[in-house]
Design a protein around this ligand. Structure first.
Ligand code: 5GP
Length: 113
């Protein structure tokens, strides 16, 4: 059995979220602690701990997530945005269910901290 995370609980409805987009493969919702005027999380319905654990069979799903992240950003009216995937504790990953951050609505600094 895959381990439970906050995001698996959001997926099964145990924890509420502010939904932005949903389809049979993924769900997007607003981050509870937004780091910019727009901060959305996009997660696959399939449990994958991180990008590191993605397998050959997940290639299509990963492409779908990237494509949908762009659609969502544009739906939010963004022209410029950043797509972030933290992988592993030291990168800043705190929830071990693969997720894409879609961040925008203000100038973003580079390099990130
Ligand atoms: P990570 O640090 O793993 O890349 O990103 C996890 C993100 O999940 C953080 O930006 C954090 O604010 C967000 N988050 C944590 N718990 C919840 C929650 O219960 N609901 C929502 N909507 N976002 C959450």
């Amino acid at each position: 059995m895959p381990e439970e995370t906050i995001f698996s609980k959001i997926l099964n409805g145990e924890i509420p979220c502010k939904e932005v987009y949903s389809d049979d493969l993924c769900l997007a919702f607003r981050d509870i602690e937004p780091q910019a005027p727009t901060h959305i999380l996009l997660i696959p319905r399939k449990t994958i701990r991180s990008l590191k654990e993605a397998e050959d069979q997940d290639k299509k799903l990963l492409g779908h997530l990237l494509f949908i992240s762009s659609k969502i950003a544009q739906q939010e009216g963004l022209d410029n945005w950043r797509t972030v995937i933290n992988t592993g504790k030291e990168s800043g990953q705190t929830v071990f269910h693969l997720h894409l951050h879609i961040i925008g609505g203000r100038p973003l600094l580079w390099p990130p901290g």
